[in-house]
Design a protein around this ligand. Structure first.
Ligand SMILES: Cc1cc2nc3c(=O)[nH]c(=O)nc-3n(C[C@H](O)[C@H](O)[C@H](O)COP(=O)(O)OP(=O)(O)OC[C@H]3O[C@@H](n4cnc5c(N)ncnc54)[C@H](O)[C@@H]3O)c2cc1C
Length: 401
């Protein structure tokens, strides 16, 4: 991936690079190098380091406590964080709840929630999907009934990323079943420690615990924790979805990391007596993916600049998300193919420790490549709409279909 940098941006990149070299703890760096999963403690420890540096919210304006960076600076930061193998810095609080509270929150809500997000004091999760409401989100049925100064919430949410880590959920509930579906939805900021909430884990295909189903059994949520007006939830939800697509689609650092790894692995693997990187068929596939990556970055920067200027963005973010997740998926597939059968084992433990008394086999970079490839399929379903839904949005908005 080629970013054209002027002297100012090169200085910025060097500053981020030396910060990463000094501030990223060695134990986190070691895990990042083998793309291992981080624990809650590790991720929050890293967020607090970024927070102390004033870098936890790259996309927020400086007036709201963010870094106030340009689009190019944000991309440079993303590339450098990924390059160093640091834990994810985007989180549901900074990337979704925060921007929604900034836009729709009362001054009291902003004073209560935003400083805690910036200080990594709370982990947030997103409570949108339900077993019967995914792509067709407006059909959600988790209900909230007003009782004095509380809503009583009953129902269930599913696929809740990091719901088991979360202190707070921003969620959609039905407050009025008698109006058009979209108009009966309200947006709540729910304390996950409230009695009546149960969290049930759902394992990912690679064995990692990230998803959950959350059950609400008559859970009281103060009216003061409603974002916007009653019935305004759908409007706020769409605003948040736009930010979600922007985060997923604009994850250029992760794409750059994959393409760098592809080149490194192809330099070491051998085919027909020579390095894989010199094999014409492999080179053609790699070149095609890298060209696509460059095109995504150029187009993405244009979209992100519009978003920063607060222009209304619709299908553009879906297009960006669609392309980025597809290219990342294809890179993960090529990486797995490049390594061959050493990529296959699903048990990271087996690879780390060997089977039985045997020493581990295969190169260290082969670890977990197949399970991760299968797991990556998820990004073409979640993160702001599946491939099919993204196509529908683009078709509706550009072709008026
Ligand atoms: C990695 C990941 C993280 C997630 N994190 C969260 C989270 O934190 N919080 C949360 O609330 N949810 C989360 N989700 C859930 C996600 O929003 C839903 O999975 C997604 O909206 C799809 O809904 P569904 O799973 O019910 O599938 P369905 O909507 O049942 O779709 C099944 C299939 O049918 C297709 N389809 C559906 N409708 C149409 C249509 N109209 N036209 C064409 N094709 C269609 C879909 O594309 C898909 O292939 C996450 C999902 C993933 C994969």
């Amino acid at each position: 991936m080629d970013l054209t940098l002027g002297p100012k941006e090169r200085l910025f990149r060097d500053r981020v690079r030396s910060f990463m070299a000094e501030a990223l703890p060695a134990d986190l760096r070691a895990k990042g190098e083998i793309m291992a999963e981080f624990t809650r403690e590790e991720v929050v420890r890293w967020w607090k380091i970024l927070s102390a540096q004033g870098w936890i919210a790259p996309a927020w304006p400086r007036s709201a406590g963010g870094s106030g960076w340009s689009i190019l600076e944000r991309i440079i930061f993303d590339v450098e964080v990924n390059r160093a193998g640091a834990p994810r810095y985007t989180n549901a609080g900074v990337a979704m709840a925060g921007p929604a509270i900034l836009r729709y929150g009362t001054p009291e809500q902003q004073a209560r929630f935003l400083p805690r997000i910036l200080a990594a004091g709370d982990v947030w999760c997103q409570g949108y999907s339900e077993p019967g409401a995914g792509s067709d989100l407006a059909s959600l049925t988790t209900k909230a009934v007003l009782d004095g100064d509380h809503y009583i919430v009953t129902g269930t949410k599913i696929w809740t990323t990091l719901g088991h880590w979360a202190d707070r959920m921003f969620g959609l509930v039905r407050t009025n079943p008698d109006v058009k579906q979209q108009l009966g939805i309200t947006f709540l900021l729910i304390d996950m420690k409230t009695p009546g909430i149960t969290v049930r884990p759902i394992p990912r295909i690679n064995g990692v615990h990230e998803f959950n189903q959350i059950f609400f059994d008559a859970v009281p949520v103060p009216v003061a924790d409603r974002l916007g007006e009653e019935g305004q939830g759908w409007t706020i939800a769409k605003h948040v979805l736009m930010h979600e697509r922007m985060i997923v689609g604009g994850g250029f650092g992760s794409l750059a990391r994959f393409s760098g790894m592809l080149r490194r692995v192809a330099g070491e693997e051998r085919v027909d007596g020579g390095p894989l990187i010199e094999n014409p068929e492999f080179r053609a596939r790699l070149a095609s993916l890298e060209v696509e990556l460059q095109q995504i970055v150029e187009t993405g920067m244009r979209y992100l600049r519009h978003a920063q200027a607060d222009s209304k963005l619709g299908y553009e973010m879906s297009a960006l998300k669609l392309d980025s997740t597809r290219v990342q998926y294809e890179m993960a597939e090529l990486l797995m193919e490049a390594v061959g059968w050493y990529a296959l084992p699903h048990s990271l433990q087996a690879l780390l420790n060997g089977w039985g008394n045997e020493a581990p086999v295969g190169p260290a970079y082969a670890m977990g490549l197949a399970p991760n490839f299968f797991d990556w399929r998820k990004m073409r379903i979640g993160g702001g709409g599946s491939d099919e839904i993204s196509h529908n949005i683009i078709a509706k908005q550009t072709l008026r279909l």
